[in-house]
Design a protein around this ligand. Structure first.
Ligand code: NAP
Length: 257
């Protein structure tokens, strides 16, 4: 392998991807595994995580599981510590687990607001803290926080979701402030619109799809595999001097009005 390709090689690295039983998390797990990483599938359900990991192994990849709910700090710390003890270092963390709730801001329930914050923001904090303690002890690590175009642009009906993604951008900068000098590169990856369960309401709405395709310079929805190149870059030595950035993979949506 030539020197440039070597920069993107993840062989010998282990990547934990939260919420990787389906959707973008699963696509990123497959993408990182394709670049050589051993991947750790996280889900709250052990059977589901095991089935996904088995499917990836059938595809020729190295895949293991770590079962925890990102909103439960004790469960997260126990699972991460036990995993490191049993299997070895987690070199790459992708904070992907996330949820969406839709309602007019004036009618948004406190329960939905709290759920969004707990999964999208608290979850990334808990898992990063648990994993970073090990990374800091080793003096190296890569953290990729899955943000969104909504970290930059608001939309009616999802103001609280946008607030969590804006916060994730700042948490990423905070990680940079505290950990860049200690060997961890923390960056955010901000997808545009990708057809997954999270966006089911939009995918099923032809008027929204039509609007989106006109609004997006690339003229279409993203395909989840199209996030993998950016994830491999941010997980690999190719990004060793990239810290605290948000990389938008959005077909140009945030660049053009
Ligand atoms: P998705 O298909 O709904 O998948 C979300 C994943 O997160 C599922 O695997 C889910 O597990 C997991 N999860 C939810 N709560 C969890 C918890 N408490 N602990 C552990 N895992 C949990 O959504 P997606 O579209 O792939 O979204 C993934 C990430 O990308 C999210 O952070 C989202 O905000 C972001 N994003 C998505 C888009 C898009 O267009 N789809 C755009 C921008 C950003 P279960 O199967 O158990 O529910």
């Amino acid at each position: 392998m030539n020197e440039t390709l070597q920069l993107f090689n993840l062989c010998g690295k282990r990547a934990l991807i939260t919420g990787s039983g389906r959707g973008i998390g699963l696509a990123l797990a497959r993408g990182l595994a394709g670049a050589g990483a051993a991947v750790v599938i996280n889900d709250r359900n052990e059977q589901k995580a095991s089935a996904v990991a088995a499917r990836l192994r059938d595809e020729g990849f190295s895949a293991d599981i770590a079962v925890f709910d990102v909103t439960n700090p004790a469960q997260v710390t126990d699972a991460v510590d036990a995993y490191e003890e049993r299997a070895g270092a987690i070199d790459i963390l992708v904070n992907n687990a996330g949820i969406q709730r839709r309602a007019a801001l004036e009618n948004f329930t406190a329960t939905d607001w709290n759920d969004l914050l707990r999964v999208n923001l608290d979850g990334a904090f808990h898992v990063s803290q648990a994993v970073a303690r090990h990374m800091l002890a080793r003096g190296r690590g890569k953290i990729i926080n899955i943000c969104s175009v909504q970290g930059e642009l608001a939309r009616p009906g999802i103001a609280p979701y946008a607030a969590t993604k804006g916060a994730i951008r700042m948490l990423t900068k905070g990680m940079c402030a505290e950990w860049a000098g200690r060997g961890i590169q923390a960056n955010a990856l901000a997808p545009g619109y990708f057809a997954t369960d999270l966006n089911r309401a939009l995918v099923d709405d032809p008027a929204f799809s039509d609007w989106l395709c006109k609004r997006t310079p690339a003229g279409r929805w993203g395909r989840v595999e199209e996030l993998c190149g950016a994830a491999v870059f941010l997980a690999s030595p190719a990004s060793d001097f990239v810290n605290g950035q948000t990389l938008f993979v959005d077909g140009g949506l945030t660049s053009v009005v």
